[in-house]
Design a protein around this ligand. Structure first.
Ligand code: ADP
Length: 674
C-alpha cells in the first residue's frame, strides 16, 4: 500500500527533518502543535496543521488521543513519531493500529521487547549478544542488590530499567556509597519514568559508545548501516557523534554488525533501529540497549551511506522490501554531527531558554548540513527556546573524504555559526573541534570530563584585540542604528543629515568605552577626528588600531576594517549585556554605559536567584540559619532536572522567598544571605 499523507507527531528540528523527506518523496504532511509552537517552523512547513493543546508536552505532544484525532480529522493515513516524545511508546503504536492508521516504526511487540533495559538484556543474553556483566533480574531487594554489587565489583553503575537520557543513573565507586546511590537512582527513576526498577552493571572506566544502525523490512531482510561513535557526552548524553567510529577494526565492525542484526531478528524488527554497545579498550563490546526508533544522530549515517533514512522508513512501512542487501553497502568518507544546545557549559550544562535574538548558520553545501527547527530571525523576532521542550537549537553535520577533512569543515562551519539570546554551547563545541585529543581520535565517554580544563575554562578568556575593537565599533553602530531608526535617508549623499551618529560639530571627539569580560574591565578609547565611521581605537595593551566601518546591507551587522584586516560582525545589546559575534567568535560582555543608569551593573553578591524558570521542590534552610559555603539551600526543578542552589559564601539566611511547589521565574531572588 502507498502512504499519501503523514502526520508528524513531533515538533522542532525533528518534525522539520521528517517533513523534508516527505516532501522529497511527494507525501503530504500534517503538523501538530502546542500553544507554544503556533508560529513554529514545523507548522509552516506542513500542508496541514492541528492545534493539540497547551505548552506542557503531557497535555499536547504526549497526548495520544489528541494526536490520533488530529490524524483522523486531516485524513492522514500514517503517523511518524520522530524521536523522543511518543516514539518508543507501545501504547501509541497500538492505538495507531487500532485507528486503522500506519505507524512508521517497528511492530508493537518489538517496542515492548526492548522497552525496559532489564528485559532487553535478558532477551539479548538468549540471542547470544554479549552483555556488560551485571544483574538485571526482578529481585529489587536492597540487601540482595548490594550482594550482587559485591559480586560484580566496583566501580559499578546503577541504571533505571525504564531509563533514558541518562536519567536515573548513578556511578558507585565503593560499597559504602551503594545504599545512598540506590536510593537516589530509584527516586529519580520514579519521578522521571514512574517506575523505580533498577539494574546494576560493571562500570567500564574507559569505554567508547559505539552504536549500530540497523534496518529491517517486513520480509525479514535485516542489514546494518555501519556504526556511529557517540563517545563525546556530557551528563551521559551525546554531544558529538561521528561515522564511522575512528579506528574501528573491520573485523570488530563486522562482529558488532552481526550482533546488532541478531538482536533485531530476535525481536522480529522492522524499520530503523539502533543497537547501542559499549566498546572496551581491548576491543570487546557489550550490548547496552536497543532504541526502537530513528536516532537524533542519524544524519551522520545518511552522509556516509548516501541514504535518506526517513524515506527508507516510509517505504518499509508501506511494506516494500529494502532496495539493497548488506553486500551493496559501503562507507563513503567520514561524517561528524554536533548538537547545538541552549545550555550553559560553564554552569554544569544547565539548560537554557529564551528568545533567539540572532541566529546564523554556515551555508549548506554538499559537505555541510544544518538540521534545525528554529528560524533565522535577524530582526529580533526570533523563535523562543521554550522551557517546556528539549533545548536543542540545531544539529550541524559535516562530511569529508576522511576524518581530518571532516574536522576541518566542522571548525569552519562552527566559525560561521552565531547565536545570540540564550546561552549556548557553541564556544564549547568549537573548543572540542579544535582539541588535539579530538583530532587524534582519543575518544571515550569521559572525554569532556578529562579535558574539562581546556574545554570549560573556569575563567572566561580575556577579550582579544579584534573582539574588543569590534565591540567598540558595535556600540557606535548600534547608536547610529538607533538614531536613524525611522528617519528617511536624505536624498543628497553629502547632506549633513546623512550623518548617522551622535557626533556634533564642536562636540567631544573622543570617548572611552568600558567592557567587562567577566574577569576584568577593559577600556577602549575612541578618537573620531576623521569622522564617526573611521575612529582610531586605543586598546588596553597599548595598541592603536585605525578602523573603518559601515553597516552591512544583508543583515543587522556591519563590515569593519581593522588596519587592513576585514571583518563582518554583529553586535547585539540586551540591557547592559553586549554580544559581539565575528569569525569563529561569540563574546559576551557587560558594557558600562554611563548614560544608561537603568542598566548599571547591579550588585548581586549575597543574592541567590533561580537559575531558570522552574518549580521549587525543596527548601533546605530556615530563616536565621547560619550556612556554610557550598551548603544546598533550595532545589528548583526545571526541564526535568533538579538544580541545587548552594551558598556561595558562609553567611546567615536573612530572607526566604521560595515555597515548595511554587513556580518561580528566572532571576527571582529565592534566598538572601548576610
Ligand atoms: P540512557 O538510556 O539513559 O541514555 P544508556 O544505557 O544508553 O542510558 O547509557 C548512556 C551512557 O552512559 C552511555 O553512552 C555510556 O556513556 C554510559 N554508560 C552506560 N553503561 C555504562 C557502563 N556499564 N560503564 C560505563 N559507562 C556506561
Amino acid at each position: 500500500m502507498t502512504i499519501k499523507k503523514i502526520l508528524v507527531a513531533n515538533r522542532g528540528e525533528i518534525a522539520c527533518r521528517v517533513m523534508r523527506s516527505c516532501r522529497d518523496v511527494g507525501i503530504a504532511t500534517v503538523a501538530v502543535y502546542s500553544e507554544a509552537d503556533s508560529a513554529a517552523l514545523h507548522v509552516d512547513m506542513a500542508d496541514d496543521a492541528v492545534w493539540i493543546g497547551p505548552p506542557p508536552a503531557r497535555e499536547s505532544y504526549l497526548d495520544i488521543g489528541k494526536i490520533i484525532d488530529a490524524a483522523k480529522a486531516t485524513g492522514a493515513d500514517a503517523i511518524h513519531p520522530g524521536y523522543g516524545f511518543l516514539s518508543e511508546n507501545e501504547d501509541f503504536a497500538e492505538a495507531i493500529a487500532k485507528a486503522g492508521l500506519i505507524f512508521i516504526g517497528p511492530p508493537v511487540a518489538a517496542i515492548r521487547a526492548m522497552g525496559g533495559k532489564s528485559e532487553a538484556k535478558a532477551l539479548m543474553e538468549k540471542a547470544g549478544v554479549p552483555l556488560v556483566p551485571g544483574y538485571h533480574g526482578d529481585n529489587q531487594d536492597e540487601k540482595f542488590l548490594a550482594a550482587e554489587a559485591q559480586k560484580i565489583g566496583y566501580p559499578l553503575l546503577i541504571k533505571a530499567s525504564a531509563g533514558g537520557g541518562g536519567k536515573g543513573m548513578r556511578v558507585v565507586e565503593k560499597p559504602g556509597d551503594f545504599a545512598e546511590a540506590l536510593g537516589a537512582a530509584r527516586r529519580e527513576a520514579k519521578a522521571a519514568f514512574g517506575d523505580d526498577h533498577v539494574l546494576i552493571e560493571k562500570y567500564l572506566t574507559r569505554p567508547r559508545h559505539v552504536e549500530i544502525q540497523v534496518f529491517a523490512d517486513r520480509a525479514g531482510n535485516t542489514v546494518y548501516l555501519f556504526e556511529r561513535d557517540c563517545s563525546i557526552q556530557r551528563r551521559h548524553q551525546k554531544v558529538i557523534e561521528e561515522a564511522p567510529a575512528p579506528g574501528l577494526a573491520p573485523e570488530t565492525r563486522a562482529k558488532m554488525g552481526a550482533a546488532a542484526v541478531a538482536a533485531a531478528k530476535a525481536i522480529g524488527y522492522e524499520g530503523a533501529g539502533t543497537v547501542e554497545f559499549l566498546l572496551d579498550t581491548d576491543g570487546s563490546f557489550y550490548f547496552m540497549e536497543m532504541n526502537t526508533r530513528l536516532q537524533v544522530e542519524h544524519p551522520v549515517t545518511e552522509m556516509i551511506t548516501g541514504l535518506d533514512l526517513v524515506a527508507l522508513q516510509i517505504s518499509v512501512a508501506e511494506g516494500q522490501d529494502l532496495p539493497f542487501t548488506q553486500d551493496d553497502l559501503a562507507i563513503n568518507g567520514h561524517a561528524i554531527e554536533v548538537r547545538l544546545y541552549a545550555e550553559d557549559p560553564a554552569n554544569n550544562f544547565l539548560p537554557g531558554a529564551g528568545q533567539i535574538q540572532y541566529l546564523s548558520f554556515p551555508l549548506q553545501r554538499d559537505a555541510v548540513r544544518v538540521d534545525t527547527g528554529v528560524r533565522e530571525a535577524p530582526f529580533g523576532d526570533g523563535d523562543v527556546i521554550s522551557i517546556h521542550y528539549d533545548p536543542m537549537i540545531a544539529k550541524i553535520i559535516v562530511h569529508g573524504a576522511d576524518r581530518a577533512q571532516a574536522i576541518e569543515r566542522l571548525s569552519a562551519a562552527l566559525a560561521d555559526t552565531h547565536v545570540a539570546g540564550p546561552k549556548t554551547n557553541l564556544n564549547f563545541l568549537r573548543a572540542i573541534a579544535a582539541h588535539p585529543a579530538f583530532a587524534a581520535a582519543d575518544l571515550d565517554t569521559r572525554f569532556i570530563e578529562r579535558h574539562a580544563d581546556v574545554l570549560l575554562p573556569a575563567q572566561k578568556p580575556r577579550l582579544d584585540n579584534a573582539t574588543l575593537a569590534l565591540a567598540a565599533l558595535g556600540v557606535l553602530h548600534l547608536r547610529a542604528e538607533a538614531e536613524t531608526a525611522g528617519i528617511k535617508p536624505a536624498a543628497d549623499p553629502t547632506s549633513p543629515w546623512q550623518h548617522r551618529g551622535g557626533w556634533r560639530i564642536g562636540g567631544a571627539d573622543t570617548e572611552t568605552l568600558v567592557f567587562n569580560d567577566g574577569t576584568s574591565d577593559c577600556s577602549v578609547k575612541l578618537s573620531c577626528k576623521d569622522g564617526l565611521d573611521s575612529p582610531v581605537l586605543s586598546l588596553p595593551d597599548g595598541s592603536l588600531i585605525a578602523a573603518r566601518f559601515a553597516p552591512a546591507a544583508e543583515d543587522m551587522g556591519f563590515y569593519a576594517l581593522l588596519e587592513d584586516e576585514e571583518f563582518h560582525a554583529v553586535a547585539l545589546r540586551d540591557g547592559n549585556r553586549l554580544t559581539v559575534m565575528h569569525t569563529g567568535v561569540g563574546a559576551e560582555m557587560v558594557w558600562h554605559d554611563p548614560l544608561n543608569a537603568e542598566f548599571a551593573q547591579e550588585d548581586t553578591a549575597g543574592r541567590l536567584t533561580a537559575p531558570m524558570p522552574g518549580k521549587v521542590v525543596a527548601v533546605r534552610v530556615q530563616l536565621g540559619d547560619a550556612v556554610k559555603k557550598g551548603q544546598p539551600l533550595v532545589i528548583v526543578e526545571a526541564m526535568k532536572m533538579e538544580h541545587t542552589i548552594v551558598a556561595p559564601v558562609d553567611g546567615k539566611v536573612t530572607a526566604i522567598n521560595a515555597n515548595i511547589g511554587e513556580q518561580v521565574d528566572e532571576k527571582r531572588e529565592l534566598i538572601a544571605l548576610e
